[in-house]
Design a protein around this ligand. Structure first.
Ligand SMILES: Cc1cc2nc3c(=O)[nH]c(=O)nc-3n(C[C@H](O)[C@H](O)[C@H](O)COP(=O)(O)OP(=O)(O)OC[C@H]3O[C@@H](n4cnc5c(N)ncnc54)[C@H](O)[C@@H]3O)c2cc1C
Length: 390
């Protein structure tokens, strides 16, 4: 492995090592490198296309959009926004359309394909800033804020600033806190309907041009129309983990039967989404870190994005916060050259209260979406008549 800086003895040294090339790690690297500070991203994947990213993200003005402006990528982002993606529909389980909002083109939550956003961030970095096939297995403090990091292939390097942008199961987090994500009680079974207008016209008509919720009885469908004309659908259930452990989701026909059974009391039009599911079903257990998680300042290391504040996706804020954290940390580091402790303290002073507030909102949204009368309460939230935290 070659380092981008002068080696210390025979061990390569990286001034700033960002573990994780998700949205947060890439945006941080972009802000630092554009500001003249060297940074290197280490990711366990074999390359940028190793995994399909899937799913649409709505990017919020105060967090995600502001971060993209800080990174100088806002114009490139706008060029990739999905026209029509801000349309919203809400169905109840009986198949009654209880709410519909068109995309008027002037909303403040433009939608982008997650893969397009990641590609945009990757293209903004010089190739030497990205180290693929670099799974971090451990890190230990060396004193004076320096850390030694070990990769799965046995390679070791040192760094002056270690940033954990490595998501839900962060291997950097234990340097700061023993907290671990816990199961929220809700799981998604994810599936796609490809080429929807031609092959699945009824499903396409049900979901519409943007985001669609169908909710009732502790269950639901959360669906998006994607830029490639497919429908990306999460069937969501409040269910114990034992229910997931008991099923082999790689058996598509058994999974379809299982889900049709779980949604047996739902309107045929909504159950029809399951009838038409293709490309297999992917189970996703939704985990969260404790809301309001903080840690004492540890020299030379910090966290951002899901590594710092994994939360359920029901407030649609995780990716937005990941981008905002990265922009704030990058800005703080550039503002305190040579004093990363001052930068980390300034960053964490913003990070902790913002994450706590949003995590509480996500938890309240989960209770609302999987509680009593969810479709009506969601509509009341959209129209300002109901505050899930109130
Ligand atoms: C089903 C679902 C739907 C969601 N929908 C939305 C939404 O609509 N809106 C929204 O704002 N948010 C949403 N989120 C949340 C959002 O996806 C995350 O908050 C966001 O991706 C976090 O970004 P990140 O950079 O912190 O972590 P990640 O995107 O998880 O990136 C972590 C990176 O670290 C790498 N990595 C992990 N471990 C190691 C290691 N040991 N060594 C090296 N590399 C490692 C991984 O390969 C990955 O590239 C959703 C989440 C889920 C699960």
């Amino acid at each position: 492995m070659t380092s981008t800086s002068t080696p210390t003895g025979s061990t390569p040294h990286f001034p700033v090592a960002i573990i994780g090339g998700g949205l947060s790690g890439l945006l941080l690297a972009r802000v630092l490198i554009a500001g003249g500070t060297d940074a290197t991203v280490f990711d366990l994947e074999s390359g940028p296309g190793a995994r399909t990213q899937g799913g649409m993200l709505d990017i919020h003005e105060e967090t995600g959009q502001a971060a993209l402006r800080t990174a100088g990528l806002y114009v490139a982002f706008r060029a990739k926004v999905h026209p029509g993606g801000e349309a919203v529909r809400v169905w109840d389980e009986k198949g009654t359309l209880v709410h519909e909002e068109p995309d008027t083109g002037d909303g403040d939550r433009p939608e982008i394909d997650r893969g397009d956003l990641r590609a945009l961030l990757l293209a903004s970095l010089p190739p030497h800033a990205l180290r693929w096939n670099s799974k971090v297995t451990g890190a230990r403090p060396l004193g004076a804020g320096r850390h030694e990091v070990t990769l799965a292939d046995g390679t070791v390097f040192t760094t002056g600033l270690l940033v954990g942008a490595d998501g839900a199961w962060s291997c950097v987090r234990p340097l700061l806190t023993p907290a671990r994500p816990a199961y929220t009680g809700v799981s998604f079974i994810e599936f796609d309907l490809m080429d929807a207008d031609t092959r699945h016209p009824e499903a396409a008509a049900t979901i519409g041009g943007g985001m669609c919720f169908a909710l009732g009885g502790g269950k639901g469908f959360l669906a998006h129309r994607e830029t490639d004309g497919s429908l990306h659908i999460y069937s969501a259930l409040r269910t114990p983990e034992a229910w997931l452990d008991a099923h082999d989701f790689s058996d598509s026909e058994r999974t379809r039967a299982l889900l049709l059974d779980a949604f047996a009391d739902w309107a045929p039009q909504l159950r029809g989404l399951l009838d038409e599911a293709e490309h297999g079903f992917i189970p996703r257990r939704i985990h969260a870190l404790p809301a309001g998680l903080t840690w004492d300042r540890v020299p030379g290391v910090t966290l951002l994005g899901d590594a710092a504040h994994l939360m359920s996706p029901f407030a649609g804020e995780g990716a937005n916060l990941a981008l905002a954290d990265a922009a704030d940390l990058g800005t703080a580091l550039l503002a305190h050259p040579g004093d990363s402790e001052a930068a980390l303290a300034a960053y964490e002073a913003v990070l902790f209260p913002r994450a706590a507030e949003t995590a509480a909102m996500s938890a309240a949204s989960l209770d609302m979406l999987f509680g009593e009368d969810p479709a009506r309460r969601l509509v009341d939230m959209f129209t300002g008549a109901y505050d899930p935290q109130g």
